[in-house]
Ligand binder design. Structure first.
Ligand code: 9D3
Length: 251
């Protein structure tokens, strides 16, 4: 997959893209990630990319011309037409399902802004607008990195077998069960005996129950969309009764 990122701060991307899974994906040729400085597509002496808003008001607005020219130039770098995605606090909320959808595309163009807003006429070349959450960041660069990282992990061959996704909580729609490693007792805190029992069926049941318990306590809205078995629904009824009678999260 090819991802082109248009930004005014390409240097911000060096850290996250220079290490870990993302770097490995790039080194292995599974991800072709190219950064483009929007400022390089200006033609005036001072390389101006923003201007004051018509009608007045605070903050600056990203000018349309450099972004149009950058998108047109970058589109032409590859035969496949890329969907153009603006990272914006006003976009649809990024989810694992959107990441899975985007991971099917041969290429993407991401626009990361750092301004109060973009000139509305830029929407003529924008296919999708994505936010990573309801909090205010200073720009779209971190969201572009978040999106790229999430999508890259879904590309075939990027994850090794030890990092595989089958057991990951958000692909299953539930929060993860608790994990433990050695020692069996640490500062008076014991590993739940079931995990040392060697009874794999019982361990699986315990983990499922703990996943459901955590999800019910922390992210109950996930239970409306998760795939639940008949047994899961029975477990949830028990857990709700436990919560209602005021039991703590620990057994
Ligand atoms: C008063 C209006 N503000 C919107 C909440 C203006 C504004 C604030 C911050 C406009 C842009 C920004 C910079 N943020 C992003 O570009 C951004 C973002 C975010 O702030 N939160 C979550 N996802 C995203 S994606 C891009």
């Amino acid at each position: 997959m090819r991802i082109d990122i248009l930004t005014l701060f390409p240097e911000m991307f060096a850290g996250p893209f220079g290490s870990s899974i993302l770097k490995r994906a790039i080194d292995r040729g599974l991800l072709d990630m190219q950064l483009h400085n929007i400022r390089d597509y200006t033609h005036d002496r001072h390389h101006v990319v923003d201007d004051t808003p018509y009608g007045g008001g605070a903050g600056m607005v990203l000018k349309p011309e450099p972004v149009f020219e950058a998108v047109e130039t970058v589109q032409a770098l590859d035969d496949a037409r890329a969907p153009v995605i603006l990272l914006s606090p006003a976009g649809r909320l990024f989810t694992q399902a959107i990441a899975a959808e985007l991971a099917q595309k041969p290429r993407l163009i991401l626009i990361a802004g750092h301004y109060e807003g973009i000139d509305e006429r830029l929407r003529a070349i924008i296919d999708d607008e994505i936010s990573i959450g309801d909090y205010v960041l200073s720009g779209g660069e971190l969201p572009a990195m978040v999106l790229t990282d999430t999508v890259a992990r879904l590309l075939p061959g990027v994850l090794g077998s030890s990092e595989s996704q089958v057991d990951e909580s958000h692909s299953q729609g539930l929060l993860e069960y608790p994990h433990y490693t050695r020692p069996p007792e640490f500062r008076g805190m014991a590993v739940p005996p079931v995990l040392l029992s060697g009874n794999h069926a019982e361990i699986a049941r315990w983990r499922r129950r703990e996943s459901l318990k955590r999800t019910l306590a922390i992210r109950p809205e996930l239970l409306d969309i998760a795939e639940l078995s008949k047994t899961d629904r029975k477990t949830l009824i028990e857990l709700k009764a436990e919560f209602d009678s005021g039991e703590s999260g620990t057994d």
